[in-house]
Write a protein that binds this ligand. Structure first.
Ligand code: SAM
Length: 200
């Protein structure tokens, strides 16, 4: 964000800001930069988060945005013991990007990650494919909470950098429960990275 802050003479956000303060700061910034987005052309301004003129994310831009949103949501703290025995690692966003390409996931698709963790994969799908809906369901409440926060930051950052994405939602719940089955049956791509789902 440094070039934009510099242009508008704004102070940088600090690591000590409370969450609500940071959200207010980002909202204010979104208003300030909206004119900038409208007027700038690709040749005028090359930016560390990719080409400002592009309305969609390249993979590198997406990685940079996800890196920030994950840090803001403190997703790193969920690794290891905090996740418990039901978590067995994450797929990398770059692997997901390759998967999207190989499976040709597109705008008419409805993607779901059953056991989405903090939701980085559905964000990846939404940003790279513009799928109609990218959803995740997660049943560990502390991971779901981090997912909600991650998603909130991700959407704000995407807006800030002028990048579009398909609809993204995250739901709290156990995917094996009957009431959640329609989320699967209405999807065109179902992704699972889990060695087992508990028996009902
Ligand atoms: C290995 S992690 C995968 C996270 C993410 N999908 C990825 O690939 O990076 C599996 C996640 O599934 C969640 N999970 C396991 N069983 C579930 C269930 N029955 N319903 C919803 N979530 C579940 C776990 O809590 C965990 O966060």
């Amino acid at each position: 964000m440094a070039p934009i802050l510099d242009i508008y003479g704004l102070e940088s956000p600090t690591f000590h800001m409370a969450f609500e303060e940071l959200v207010d700061y980002v909202n204010e910034l979104n208003v300030v930069v909206s004119d900038f987005h409208k007027n700038v052309t690709p040749k005028q301004f090359k930016y560390c988060f990719g080409d400002f003129g592009l309305d969609h994310c390249t993979i590198d831009t997406l990685m940079a945005i996800l890196e920030i949103s994950k840090r803001c949501a403190n997703a790193g703290s969920l690794r290891g013991g905090a996740t418990g025995a039901m978590v067995f690692g994450n797929l990398s966003e770059r692997q997901m990007a390759v998967t999207c390409k190989e499976l040709k996931i597109g705008e008419k698709d409805r993607f779901i990650d059953i056991g989405c963790g903090f939701g980085q994969l559905m964000c990846t799908v939404a940003a790279l494919t513009q799928a109609e809906v990218s959803t995740g369901i997660e049943y560990q409440d502390h991971i779901y909470d981090a997912g909600l926060l991650q998603l909130k930051f991700f959407k704000k950052l995407m807006k800030f950098f002028g990048k579009r994405h398909g609809n993204i939602t995250i739901k709290y719940g156990d995917v094996t429960e009957k009431k959640n089955h329609s989320m699967i049956t209405t999807s065109t791509f179902v992704f699972a990275n889990n060695i087992a789902f508990k028996k009902q």
